[in-house]
Design a protein around this ligand. Structure first.
Ligand code: HEM
Length: 199
């Protein structure tokens, strides 16, 4: 039940966003394909999981439109001060993942899709939190990240795809999730063979 209620729509929306951003940005797609092509014909899943640029693309996808905009509410148990704000027991806090991910001081030009920011620096769990944080963070995080990377690697290395609609995709709330409003329709334009790159 958890897989269906919490795990299916979230992961599917994240993958739709990922396919959208990769095909909106030809240079990102090119760089990703070069990295995937270094893997050989039947790569083992862990080598796919560890690819740095694929990881950066997945992180940037979950940063720019975090599928879940908020973490679940937290209730203050004892008086505490947070960034100068006194908080009394019983106060309900709703951390905003979206607003954190769009802070200009952390992510310059936050509306732009730039996977390189995840190569250039490492973000703390207080700065990048698509799966929430603390002891109640998403239990499906590792599964979702693994699944998303394997799907991207398998589909992108086998097929050339194109977006049907070139207009910018708008985010739309679907239940708790932030999903692409058009559903990101794509067509297969050809089959891909692995390219050899020589440096
Ligand atoms: C891209 C995919 C996913 C995203 C972005 C996501 C995001 C989140 C977020 C933000 C929370 C709230 C955490 C917090 O309050 O700190 C959460 C909780 C949760 N997620 Fe996910 N999730 C994803 C996939 C999954 C999958 C695949 C599963 C199950 C296999 C799952 C199961 C759960 C459960 C059970 C909770 C509640 C945890 C608790 O309250 O202790 N999620 N998720």
């Amino acid at each position: 039940i958890t897989l269906i209620l919490a795990g299916y729509d979230t992961t599917a929306s994240a993958m739709s966003w990922g396919f959208y951003w990769i095909h909106q940005n030809p240079l990102v797609r090119e760089k990703l394909l070069q990295e995937l092509d270094t893997l050989g014909d039947s790569p083992d899943p862990m080598s796919i999981y560890q690819l740095p640029y694929l990881t950066a693309v997945c992180n940037e996808t979950l940063r720019i439109y975090p599928v879940t905009m908020f973490s679940f509410p937290r209730v203050v148990q004892e008086s505490v001060e947070l960034l100068g704000h006194p908080l009394e027991p019983g106060t309900v806090l709703l951390p905003s993942i979206y607003l954190t991910h769009h802070r200009e001081d952390l992510y310059p030009q936050p509306k732009q899709f730039k996977p390189e920011r995840f190569i250039e620096r490492q973000f703390s769990p207080y700065e990048f939190l698509p799966f929430g944080g603390g002891v109640r963070r998403c239990i499906g995080q590792a599964l979702a990240q693994f699944e998303i990377k394997l799907v991207f690697a398998t589909v992108l290395s086998r097929y050339d795809l194109a977006l049907v609609d070139q207009r910018p995709e708008k985010p739309q709330r679907r239940g708790f999730n932030l999903a692409p409003s058009s559903g990101v329709k794509m067509v297969i334009t050809g089959r891909r063979a692995r390219q050899e790159f020589f440096s």
